[in-house]
Design a protein around this ligand. Structure first.
Ligand SMILES: Cc1ncc(COP(=O)(O)O)c(C=O)c1O
Length: 411
């Protein structure tokens, strides 16, 4: 496996956990940050900090430039036609809620249908459930196959004239499944439904081209792609954003205000009420530069290599470990959720922590999927650019040690 040689860019990798080297395998939850991003954030507060947009003075102009330049970088990163199609939010969850509230309330009526999948993160379920509870629309599901892929055999029946939104994840945070979103978006668009992609696991790990995808709206989070916490993105087609009502009201999003009425700015600023998270957005711009320098094709290739290696090593362990999700790396990302027979995932994670191996255990905000898989929780290792073969080896050694520790009880 080719090493990406970027590990030394990440200061946290020097940490010891219980006197063992840090093996960070929870990037699907949040990624670590390279020094350039950490330094950019500190540098911004040291040298540039001032509120954006309203100031006619140097510091505010610099701050505004950093904020708006990051918007351009994000637009280029996903090949959006214009930076005005990039809305900054707090996270993917807020981006998806924005759509449900702003577009949903204006366009969904009783009896309409919203089509999602059982492998969605709660963030791409609850906003639609809330909308349906309020309006009386109906949530429908594309089924999943045994191997963790979507069953698209009846997609033409599922997407009908009643379907107003089709919303699904680019890549599952549990199964690792990379969904054939282009094909599904095409069907949604043809039926006149709004196509929405939860790109929380897509944008950090896969090359994304929103023009090629022809997607209406695409949401993701900076913190999962080397950027700071507290920054989300919502990309939208220009005609959709300009017709969409504002989400939150207040400063920044208005044009003129009278005692009895107001007018709004154009998108994207119409959707950015209040002081935005400009310092973190500026640092996010640096994270985008960093990923651009590596190249998203290389990020993807590295994850294919490391995931293949990890899958091969797990299979060699003399236990009936179930790894969820597709086997084919063409349609699988760097997520490895598994069941260790007889041992609760929390115990697996805790045991690995003693070895410095940081994995997640739980329902991964995907309870309906857990039920389909017939488990209440899973353990999950997930990979990113800074992980190398040694990390996988430490993960496997720890897993084997755990097998011995739990002994026959785990059989
Ligand atoms: C597929 C998916 N969607 C949405 C989210 C929510 O992201 P955030 O918590 O940044 O809003 C996550 C986070 O793990 C995710 O994996």
């Amino acid at each position: 496996m080719k090493d990406m040689s970027v590990r030394s860019d990440f200061p946290i990798m020097d940490r010891l956990i219980h006197d063992k080297p840090l093996t960070y395998l929870d990037s699907a939850a949040t990624s670590q940050k390279p020094a350039v991003v950490i330094d950019a954030l500190a540098d911004f507060y040291r040298n540039n900090n001032a509120n954006v947009h309203r100031g006619i003075y140097t510091l505010s102009e610099e701050s505004t430039l950093a904020y708006e330049t990051a918007r351009v970088k994000v637009a280029n990163f996903i090949n959006a036609g214009s930076e005005e199609q990039i809305i900054f939010t707090r996270n993917t969850t807020e981006s998806l809620n924005l759509i449900a509230y702003a577009w949903g309330r204006d366009n969904i009526k009783e009896g309409d249908e919203i089509l999602i999948t059982p492998m969605e993160h709660h963030s791409n379920m609850i906003p639609w459930m809330l909308l349906c509870k309020e309006i009386g629309c109906k949530l429908k599901y594309i089924s999943i196959n045994e191997d963790g892929t979507l069953d698209l055999s009846n997609l033409d029946e599922l997407i009908s004239e009643n379907t107003k939104i089709v919303s699904l994840t680019h890549m599952s945070n549990v199964l690792g499944t990379i969904n054939p979103i282009k094909q599904i978006i095409e069907k949604a668009n043809k039926a006149g439904a709004l196509s929405v992609i939860d790109g929380a696991q897509g944008a950090p790990h896969l090359p994304v081209d929103v023009i090629d995808l022809d997607v209406d709206l695409y949401a993701f989070s900076a913190h999962k792609m080397l950027g700071p916490t507290g920054v989300g993105v919502l990309y939208g087609k220009e005609k959709i954003l300009s017709a969409m009502s504002p989400f939150l009201g207040g400063g920044e999003m208005i044009d003129e205000v009278y005692e009895d009425r107001f007018t709004t700015k154009e998108a994207p600023w119409k959707f950015e009420a209040g002081t935005p998270n400009f310092a973190d957005v500026a640092a996010f711009g640096v994270a985008i530069d960093y990923l651009d320098d590596i190249g998203m094709d290389n990020v993807r290739q590295h994850e294919i290599d490391i995931t293949q290696y990890a899958l091969d090593q797990v299979r060699k362990i003399d236990r009936d470990i179930t790894v969820f999700g597709p086997k084919n790396l063409d349609i699988r990302g760097g997520v490895l959720a598994f069941d260790f027979p007889g041992v609760h995932p929390h115990d697996v994670a805790q045991m690995m922590d003693w070895d410095g191996v940081q994995i997640r255990a739980g329902h991964h905000c995907a309870q309906p999927l857990m039920r389909r898989l017939g488990v209440s929780a899973t353990a999950r290792a997930s990979f990113y650019i800074y992980n190398n073969q040694e990390d996988v080896d430490r993960f496997i050694d720890s897993l084997k040690k755990g097998g011995e520790f739990f002994g026959d009880a785990s059989r």
